[in-house]
Design a protein around this ligand. Structure first.
Ligand SMILES: C[C@H](O)[C@H](O)[C@H]1CNc2nc(N)[nH]c(=O)c2N1
Ligand SMILES: N[C@@H](Cc1ccccc1)C(=O)O
Ligand SMILES: [Fe+2]
Length: 313
């Protein structure tokens, strides 16, 4: 890191700087939570809550073979996420630590951006310390332990992906100094949360936002409907996203090395400067036929009925 921020400690005095309106989220920290936003201990889940985990796990595992990236499916096995009940973070961290050096820490809610980045930069994944209820079984907006541990953690068993996540955390510092966090957030959204990957000729998903729910895992790979275009970082970072509906557009990587190369191995300074303050984000539904055709095999990138080059809604 050339910017002087250390990765061992969050520099609360220095961060965030720039425009506070963009990233000083007015989150009230519960009294028992320290400055690192880690819960003192993992929640003890009731047997009803463990049963919710088991049912969510079974439902997703019915759908995901043939849809999820092989790295994801391998991760769920290596980490034994189907042993029954919400996994104990201590054991999970030990097993994940042996594989890629990552650990999992319990957090109460969405934590401030700079703290989130600081954890990632230190190979700690912050995971919600609560689980959804039966009433919100299909969808909740806040990341709970099922989304975080089932959706994200298996991918962290992949060495290249694990390194990408750490570098993403480090990248947060620079994005904050440039006041371009929203652009970097789009990259996270379209890779870590909603990314698709080509495995040979097959399209699969590695995005946690897709993998932890029932509808999008099917939708995102359907022949018709969503747009799928190859990852282009300049474009992704200018693209807005929707959080409460199926995505109209997904970005596809060729491999995790491809993802790493396009992001970590590139200096974003010029890109951040090119995003003038107040630039407007492209509507997610609007795609250009050149994006569809410029790489990859046509059969997977046929546009469906939605958002076929239409003007912004
Ligand atoms: C871009 C931004 O850092 C991102 O939305 C962060 C914010 N805080 C978070 N906090 C938690 N607990 N989980 C998350 O995924 C995030 N995401
Ligand atoms: N290479 C990027 C940092 C980065 C790493 C990983 C993901 C995203 C961004 C930069 O120079 O800012
Ligand atoms: Fe997530």
């Amino acid at each position: 890191m050339s910017d002087g921020a250390t990765l061992d400690q969050p520099d609360f005095a220095r961060l965030p700087d720039g425009d506070p309106a963009v990233y000083t989220a007015p989150l009230k920290r519960p009294d028992h939570i320290g400055e690192d936003w880690i819960e003192p201990q993992q929640r003890i889940y009731s047997s009803d809550e463990d049963a919710i985990w088991n049912d969510l796990y079974a439902r997703q595992m019915d759908l995901l073979p043939g849809r999820a990236a092989s790295a994801f499916l391998a991760g769920t096995q290596k980490l034994g996420l189907g042993r029954g009940g919400v996994p104990a973070f201590a054991r999970l961290s030990e097993e994940l630590g042996a594989l890629t050096g990552w650990s999992v820490v319990p957090v109460p809610m969405l934590i401030p951006d700079h703290v989130f980045f600081w954890h990632l930069a230190n190979r700690r994944f912050p995971a919600g310390n609560f689980i959804r209820t039966r009433e919100t079984f299909d969808y909740i907006q806040e990341p709970d332990v099922f989304h975080d541990v089932f959706g994200h953690v298996p991918m962290l068993a992949d060495p290249t992906y694990a390194d990408y996540m750490q570098e993403y955390g480090r990248a947060g510092w620079k994005a904050m100094r440039y006041n371009r966090l929203k652009a970097l957030g789009s990259l996270y959204w379209y890779t870590v949360e909603f990314g698709l990957i080509l495995e040979g000729k097959d399209l699969r998903t590695y995005g946690a936002g897709i993998l932890s729910g029932p509808a999008e895992a099917v939708f995102c790979l359907e022949a018709q409907s969503p747009n799928r275009i190859m990852l282009n970082v300049d474009r992704v970072m200018r693209t807005d996203y929707v959080i409460d509906d199926l995505q109209p557009t997904y970005f596809v990587i060729e491999s995790f090395q491809d993802l790493y190369h396009q992001t970590v191995d590139r200096d974003f300074d010029r890109l951040y400067r090119s995003l003038a303050p107040g630039f407007t984000y492209a509507n997610t539904a609007v795609i250009d036929i050149d994006d569809v055709l410029h790489r990859g095999s046509l059969e997977y990138f046929l546009r469906g009925g939605r958002g076929s080059g239409a003007s912004p809604v």
